[in-house]
Design a protein around this ligand. Structure first.
Ligand code: RIB
Ligand code: CA
Length: 331
């Protein structure tokens, strides 16, 4: 049997992160070494608890490490960040949870009895990446705060990272603001640190994830699997569809992307991503109108060295086949 693919996930578990984690746990091709959590979709306590809920629901023994509760510097300047503009459905700290939202505070899974490990995710990342005997792929599905902090504290970890595959950024599709995607917008400096780390980066932006949406028919198929985990996935997707119809209507109404799961699809079969272009990508962290924008230089002679493989398309049928074939394994 082929060597398993060693990965560490870094998530702000939310609904689509949850599906990505399930796929990684259920796949026999993946050796999921650990899961780091970060603030993003929700405050760190929620993203950590939700991650534990997914791990426990699948009876996995993978360890969960809580990381940074805040972005690196975005909130230091009170004027830099107002509320989530144009990304309604994600609440600010302390706001009442909107009726229709992409992510509820708690996933529709039993509350976990397990706790996160005592060691902070950033310290665990450094220790693990310094001592591993084999290179590890980083799968990042939230703001990149943990990985950026680890790279700043101990740059040598880069030698043992095979590739960073991240859900984030937008080429022509945006959500958090008119020109940025949430994971990058939430911590632009962290994203710039990762993109200029010299490590192979593959970006799975909204342009790709919006080409592999799930719909109510897919939810029916999940419910037919008759398991509380797949029922939870169906409910999460139904809630996502409601939120997308309300706030980000898709080309086909009644459908929604499950962004983060596509990253795991790529780990398993890279051909699930299409129209991959190698380009120069930087992040605007000037705090102005374009704060958090992924600036993609597609010119023949970019100002700086190319540093990122950017997927602009996705194979919708293959992705659906991947998701269902893995979730059917839930027993
Ligand atoms: O913009 C979509 C991304 O932001 C997804 O990873 C979602 O979970 C949120 O983190
Ligand atoms: Ca996420």
């Amino acid at each position: 049997m082929k060597e398993k693919i060693k990965i560490i996930m870094d998530c702000d578990t939310g609904s689509d992160d949850a599906i990505a984690i399930m796929m990684a746990i259920l796949s026999e091709k993946i050796d999921l070494i650990g899961i780091c959590t970060v603030a993003g979709n929700k405050a760190l306590n929620y993203t950590t608890e939700n991650t534990l809920a997914v791990v426990e629901a699948l009876n996995s023994d993978v360890k969960v490490y809580a990381g940074c509760p805040e972005s690196m510097v975005t909130k230091l300047l009170p004027t830099r960040r107002g509320s989530y503009s144009g990304f309604t459905g994600v609440k600010d700290e302390g706001d009442k949870e909107p009726e229709i939202t992409y992510h509820h505070d708690h996933l529709p899974l039993p509350s976990p009895t397990r706790k996160a490990e005592k060691q902070n995710a950033v310290c665990w990342l450094i220790e693990t990446l310094l001592t591993t005997e084999e290179k590890i792929t980083m799968v990042v599905t939230g703001p990149m705060t943990n990985l950026a902090m680890a790279l700043r504290i101990e740059p040598k970890i880069a030698e043992n990272i095979k590739e960073i595959v991240f859900m984030g950024g937008g080429f022509k599709v945006f959500n958090a603001t008119r020109c940025s995607e949430f994971n990058i917008w939430a911590d632009p400096e962290a994203a710039q640190i990762v993109l200029t780390s010299g490590i192979k980066c593959t970006m799975v932006p909204l342009d790709a994830t919006h080409k592999a949406n799930f719909d109510y028919q897919d939810c029916k198929r999940l419910r037919a699997m008759n398991h509380f985990v797949t029922d939870a996935v169906a409910l999460m997707i139904e809630q996502r569809i409601e939120a997308y119809d309300a706030y980000q209507p898709q080309a086909v109404l009644g459908s929604a992307p499950i962004h983060d799961a596509l990253v795991v699809g790529y780990i398993l079969q890279p051909k699930v991503l299409e129209e991959i272009k190698f380009m120069r990508v930087d992040v605007d962290f000037s705090g102005g109108m374009a704060d958090g924008q992924t600036i993609c230089d597609t010119r023949a002679y970019p100002d700086d060295e190319r540093n990122c493989y950017v997927a602009l398309g996705a194979n919708n049928d293959l992705f659906h086949q991947q998701v269902f074939s893995l979730l059917e394994k839930v027993n």
